[in-house]
Design a protein around this ligand. Sequence first.
Ligand SMILES: Cc1cc2nc3c(=O)[nH]c(=O)nc-3n(C[C@H](O)[C@H](O)[C@H](O)COP(=O)(O)OP(=O)(O)OC[C@H]3O[C@@H](n4cnc5c(N)ncnc54)[C@H](O)[C@@H]3O)c2cc1C
Length: 128
Amino acid sequence: MIKAMTERADELGVEILLETPVKSLIKEDGEIIDVVANDKEGDLEVYAGAVIISTGGFGDSPEFIKKHAPYEWGKDIFSYRIPGLTGDGIQMAWDAGAAYVILIMYSYMYTRFLKYLFFFINFFHKLY
Ligand SMILES: Cc1cc2nc3c(=O)[nH]c(=O)nc-3n(C[C@H](O)[C@H](O)[C@H](O)COP(=O)(O)OP(=O)(O)OC[C@H]3O[C@@H](n4cnc5c(N)ncnc54)[C@H](O)[C@@H]3O)c2cc1C
């Protein structure tokens, strides 16, 4: 899928900037018109007719999880941490005025599910 999308982007003349994380969104008259990113040379501003935030989740930031989920990583939740997914896109959206919500992590549900499952297995094991 990524190959097909990259080829189509090429055909359309899309410029893909790697290792250029977006740092903030610029809002004018209620619309996001610009993003500020950062590459090896420093800051750069990219004018955008439209902005789609697709920066993934926040599982690599115990601080973000604690503040907004709110679980304690390593205590309530033991999820895999994909490097770089620190919730920065979510934060940028909030900073630009998106509605705040408490975030739910399915790994938390999974951890809880396993905890209760082991409890019941242990319980019935002792019974018989
Ligand atoms: C081990 C594992 C196995 C999985 N298996 C499955 C499966 O079998 N089936 C399934 O449906 N799902 C699976 N998932 C979940 C799936 O990978 C994710 O749900 C999906 O990749 C999320 O896509 P996304 O585009 O929202 O974000 P991502 O794929 O996480 O992409 C976000 C991108 O944004 C970049 N980024 C972050 N911040 C910035 C920034 N400030 N500026 C610029 N770029 C930024 C990141 O580097 C990353 O490249 C799995 C996940 C893991 C970890």
